[in-house]
Design a protein around this ligand. Structure first.
Ligand code: 5GP
Ligand code: ZN
Length: 114
């Protein structure tokens, strides 16, 4: 855990997060500023800044949770598809320095994605 990391604080339960699901190494919660209803972030429980910093096991656990959740989220908000994306590094638009996978529900008429 990194003391000053907002996502570590959510993982630790120190600040509120709307938790969607979790497994041993990853947890999913709703994005505070959603691009669409149901926009979910899936993060490793351990503090890692970049995708390549995770172990292979953590990386698998992360995508296992994405894989399990994406169709459930799609059903829950009656979406037609979803964009699954990682901004990996500040120059790619990563604002929170703790790995997170965006699962963004998409709709046939939403006019283009993130
Ligand atoms: P990035 O630009 O790093 O790929 O995305 C960061 C995401 O984290 C943004 O979609 C933003 O809305 C979300 N976010 C930032 N701070 C918080 C927070 O405190 N709680 C939650 N749930 N999401 C946050
Ligand atoms: Zn962290």
């Amino acid at each position: 855990m990194s003391e000053d990391c907002i996502f570590c604080s959510i993982v630790a339960g120190d600040i509120p997060g709307r938790i969607v699901d979790e497994n041993d190494d990853a947890i999913a919660f709703l994005d505070a500023n959603p691009m669409a209803p149901g926009h979910t972030l899936v993060v490793p429980k351990a503090h890692h800044v970049r995708v390549a910093d995770m172990s292979a096991e953590e990386s698998r656990a992360l995508f296992d949770l994405v894989h399990e959740l994406a169709p459930r989220i799609e059903d829950a908000v009656d979406a037609d598809a979803h964009t699954i994306a990682v901004n990996d590094g500040p120059d790619a638009g990563q604002e929170v320095p703790h790995v997170h996978v965006h699962v963004v529900p998409r709709f046939a008429d939403d006019g283009g994605g993130p």
